[in-house]
Design a protein around this ligand. Structure first.
Ligand SMILES: [Zn+2]
Length: 111
């Protein structure tokens, strides 16, 4: 299913952080992401991101990037798995990926 693009910079009490995992998709050549471990605490999110990096480090399959992103709880809850949207929360450009590079079609090419 297409990603939810309803994310907006919210300034309410639901604001928090999630660990964003960016993955290379061998099937489409694109990059997709998941959000995990929502928490209102940025510090906790940073710790979880660090532990996620350690968790994936030894494996043959690793995320391209593990970052902490600001996101509110409803957006986190509604976010799809394996999302290809480039409009989702991110704290840093993906490994030099520019907007034009990231111009993969919205939604899931393999669906
Ligand atoms: Zn997304």
């Amino acid at each position: 299913m297409p990603g939810i693009v309803g994310w907006m910079p919210a300034r309410n009490a639901r604001h928090g952080y999630a660990v964003r995992l960016d993955w290379a998709d061998a099937r489409s050549g694109g990059v997709f992401h998941d959000f995990t471990r929502f928490t209102p605490s940025r510090l906790r999110a940073e710790r979880r991101a660090a532990s996620a990096r350690h968790y994936w480090a030894p494996g043959p399959v690793r995320p391209l990037a593990v970052t902490v992103v600001p996101i509110d709880r409803p957006a986190y809850r509604d976010h799809d798995r394996e999302c290809f949207s480039t409009h989702c929360p991110t704290t840093a450009p993906l490994l030099g990926l520019t907007a034009s590079d990231a111009a993969t079609p919205a939604g899931h090419p393999h669906s």
